[in-house]
Design a protein around this ligand. Sequence first.
Ligand SMILES: [Zn+2]
Length: 287
Amino acid sequence: MIIDTGWNREECITALNAGLRELDVDLTKTDLFITHLHADHIGLAQKLATDTSKVYFNKPEADWIVSGGQWHDFIEYARVSGFPESELQTILQSNPGTTYRSQGLFDFTILEEHDTLSAGEYRFECVATPGHTFGHMCLYEPTKKMFVSGDHILKDITPTIQLWSDWRNPLKEYQASLDKVYEFDIELVLPGHRSIFKNCKERIQELKHHHQKRSEEILFILEEGSRDAFEVASRMSWDIDCDSWDLFPVFQKWFATGEAIAHLRFLEEQGRVRREIRDKNIVYSLI
Ligand SMILES: [Zn+2]
């Protein structure tokens, strides 16, 4: 079984095929498990799947992909969140999430929470972990105390939690998913990016603390007055090698604004921030 695939681009399939050859993997005897819909995880699924492969995936995101996604709704939400029009055009034309996605629809095999998957000597349990994306799913191997975390828990970087609509609270979902995984007996985490790690509970506490600090920072920013999400993002502190917000690459501004919206939504539901429409734009202020 292959878990997640990488982008649908030439460099990725070349590297992956070299690795699969080294491991002597027969793709006709191989299934795929996809943790979530991001193109760096599902991008090569169609190229790797053979007639005899199953592509395991969660239902909410399978439905979303089959329905064609709502990318244009995200763009519209970014527009009313203060994202500059010229930069939105760049996002529309060269977004890697759409450029390197898997082409065509799939015949997915849907997995639900608590379903089990056997592969060789491993017997995985499915753990729904919405937050990073709305249908994100991890795998837990209770005998080996191993946890395949996708982009739910990463060691060296913080998983991005973004929102581009009014109808979810992904940061709340994410924290609930962190609390859920905290109860598992885990010795080794296999994440979707960067290094594998131990000390899962410690990392979960760090991530929760990080989001608490970010919320406090946003409340501090709103003390200056009402702001749209783009303005809030431009005033937040970011760990990036740029001298000013204006010099951020446009996709970093996109991630930053989406993360600011997720925090603002979280604070709104806590009753600490008010969301209003002013001149067709969404503006936030302290309550
Ligand atoms: Zn992701």
